[in-house]
Design a protein around this ligand. Structure first.
Ligand code: GDD
Ligand code: MN
Length: 372
């Protein structure tokens, strides 16, 4: 009998398997998923842990309603945070089971393959068992359209360039591993974006042995996908962070990209105002303020999406951000001036000033404006 089987079933002695389900706006899918799990997990000591980011559609209440009646249903509700990967990390860390499995909360993953994933890990045949749509018997039919297929295929191709192990479906969000394996990797995880499996494989200090198990991917029936342009950028930034061995953190990549957009905004607004006959220095000042507002709003929505400021805190954040950037700009000019005076070339002096300002702005933004 596998170590994760229980003669009594249910929860006697505590769960040996935790199924971690990240969910955002999945109210209609919670009860059907629990019913499916009850059926496939019958006879096992298991629990399901939903990790919801305070969804506005009542997902939390639906989870609570289930949890009140069923001891094997648990929920974590995070306020002011967003993100699939970080939700999974918190779910796993809240578990005390031997084996954890991760699956989506929208019924797209084929629950009938769950036991195969769990047993592959419990039997010790691999460190991590992955539900794959691209091994024989697997299927990717549930992807919404040709665009999603192309996106998924190119993501897989790209990820495979950097992976230390061979894997046909590194973009999968359906997998199982021992909890202690996950916990050992947890301090090194990036935790941003959607790709927690990829994050685990790229962050592990020792190569993990992987077994792929064929699985289907069903079409979404209720609710909608949360994959958007930001999630795609987070995927690219995750690869950059991991490939550079953490030297270039994911947030810094996003911060710099937003900074470039700010430069475009600065130049655009400055030119417009200047063309209206305003004096150049005033036009430049207006352009700079516009760039700060654009940068703040992009950073608030993308770079620091998981710590997004709302309402009054957003206004206060903008004021702080402008102060931080102003100090950055002063430091930029000061350092460039000093270096130029010490007979460095104009370009070198200017670049050093700009780099200092970007690093300063980034460090201060992360610790003061969007502090955790
Ligand atoms: N807590 C939380 N917070 N959950 C989230 C968030 C979030 O910010 N964003 C998405 N989720 C949950 C969804 O509610 C769903 O249960 C699951 O994560 C997957 O999100 P979808 O928005 O349905 O993603 P998808 O179908 O586009 O992509 C999924 O399929 C891929 C395979 O192509 C993801 O699961 C990927 O991990 C998977 O590899
Ligand atoms: Mn989905």
């Amino acid at each position: 009998m596998p170590a994760t089987d229980a003669p009594e079933g249910g929860m006697a002695g505590g769960p040996l398997i935790s199924i971690i389900v990240p969910c955002y706006n999945e109210a209609a899918n919670v009860a059907p998923l629990v019913a499916m799990l009850e059926s496939v997990m019958a006879g096992r000591r298991w629990e399901v842990i939903f990790v919801d980011d305070n969804s506005p559609d009542g997902t939390t209440e639906t989870i609570c309603a289930q949890a009140r009646r069923k001891s094997y249903v648990r929920g974590i509700c995070r306020i002011g945070r967003r993100g699939l990967s970080s939700a999974v990390i918190e779910g796993v860390l809240s578990s005390s089971a031997q084996v954890v499995a991760v699956m989506d909360g929208d019924l797209q993953h084929d629950e009938s393959r769950l036991i195969a994933l769990i047993d592959a890990v419990a039997a010790g045949t691999c460190d991590i068992a992955v539900g794959s749509r691209h091994v024989e018997g697997g299927s990717n039919a549930g992807l919404a359209n040709a665009w999603r297929h192309a996106l998924s295929d190119s993501g897989i191709w790209l990820a495979q360039r950097f992976l230390p192990v061979r894997l046909t479906d590194p973009m999968s969000g359906f997998f199982a591993l021992r909890r202690d394996t996950f916990v050992a990797i947890a301090p090194h995880l990036s935790g941003a974006g959607f790709k927690i499996l990829l994050d685990l494989l790229l962050s592990s200090r020792k190569p993990l042995t992987v077994r792929e198990i064929d699985c289907g991917f069903k079409p979404r029936v209720a609710g909608e996908s949360k994959l958007d342009a930001v999630v795609m950028l987070q995927f690219a930034a995750l690869l950059v962070e991991k490939v550079s061995r953490g030297l270039v953190p994911l947030r810094f990549v996003a911060f710099c990209a937003v900074g470039l957009a700010g430069i475009v905004a600065n130049l655009g607004v400055m030119h417009l105002v200047w063309l209206c006959g305003v004096h150049f220095s005033t036009a430049q000042a207006i352009g700079t303020i516009a760039a700060m507002v654009v940068n703040f709003s992009l950073d608030n929505n993308f770079t620091y999406r998981d710590r997004r400021l709302h309402g009054r805190r957003c206004v206060w954040g903008l004021v702080l951000f402008m102060l931080v950037c102003s100090v950055g700009a002063l430091a930029d000019v000061g350092v460039a001036h000093l270096m130029y005076a010490q007979s460095y070339r104009v370009n070198e002096a200017s670049l050093a000033g700009a780099v200092l300002a970007v690093v300063w702005n980034y460090a201060m933004s992360s610790t003061i404006v969007w502090r955790t």
